[in-house]
Design a protein around this ligand. Structure first.
Ligand SMILES: Cc1cn([C@H]2C[C@H](O)[C@@H](COP(=O)(O)OP(=O)(O)OP(=O)(O)O)O2)c(=O)[nH]c1=O
Length: 203
């Protein structure tokens, strides 16, 4: 039994591509960064906390404290000059983010946490992708905001949507930017006996 600790439709769609059966158990955690917390440490902590919260919720709901359930959680943040950009809370917020990203390179950091139910087997991973944006005008930012696409996306854009027109170059993992790195996810899950293909080889 695999449990995806996420409310993100993108993560569900990506996991659907590589795993036959799982169910979704979204959790709500406090996403406030700690003082002086580095971006990578923050993103990994978020995935860990989502996984832990889903384990607690699952144990409570299912009354199950001993099964072979496996939990997977992830977090995506956009990072520029070491600053973490989360989801925009207003047009002004999105405008500030996209102005900062315009014509420059930034990092998208996506973390993964996979754990068993009693948490004696917990693995985490962090995938960093470098994304170069073309210049974006203020008019484009306004029009883009009006599509509503930026609303629930880290950094106020979606590479898999209209936001793809801003992306001049990418180095890393496209699926990680969308929300779940397929290669690393398959690798971690295989270590918990969850396989994407009958016979998988990792080198
Ligand atoms: C940069 C970028 C982010 N995103 C999305 C991925 C994530 O869903 C979201 C970042 O927010 P997250 O907090 O990582 O995830 P979430 O709140 O959507 O879902 P949950 O915590 O329940 O798993 O931004 C895109 O869809 N496309 C992109 O190009």
């Amino acid at each position: 039994m695999l449990v995806l600790a996420s409310a993100s439709p993108r993560r569900k769609a990506l996991l659907d591509l590589i795993v036959k059966e799982f169910f979704v158990l979204p959790v709500d955690i406090d996403e406030t960064p700690n003082i002086n917390e580095q971006a990578e440490a923050y993103v990994v902590r978020m995935a860990l906390e989502k996984a832990r919260a889903s384990i607690a919720k699952y144990s409570h709901q299912a009354g199950d404290h001993s099964s072979d359930a496996v939990f997977i959680a992830s977090d995506t943040s956009v990072v520029i000059d070491g600053d973490v950009l989360g989801k925009p809370t207003s047009f002004e917020d999105a405008h500030t983010m996209l102005r900062r990203l315009s014509g420059r390179s930034h990092q998208v950091i996506t973390s993964l946490c996979v754990s068993n139910l009693n948490q004696d087997h917990v693995l985490t991973e962090c995938v960093t992708t470098e994304v170069l944006f073309r210049e974006i005008s203020d008019i484009e930012i306004r029009q883009y905001w009006q599509t509503t696409e930026p609303v629930d996306k880290a950094g106020a854009y979606a590479i898999q949507g209209l936001g793809g027109v801003f992306v001049r170059h990418l180095s890393g993992s496209y699926s990680a930017v969308v929300g779940l790195p397929l290669y690393e996810t398959a690798q971690l899950l295989a270590q918990f006996g969850v396989h994407s293909l009958e016979e998988m080889s990792y080198e």
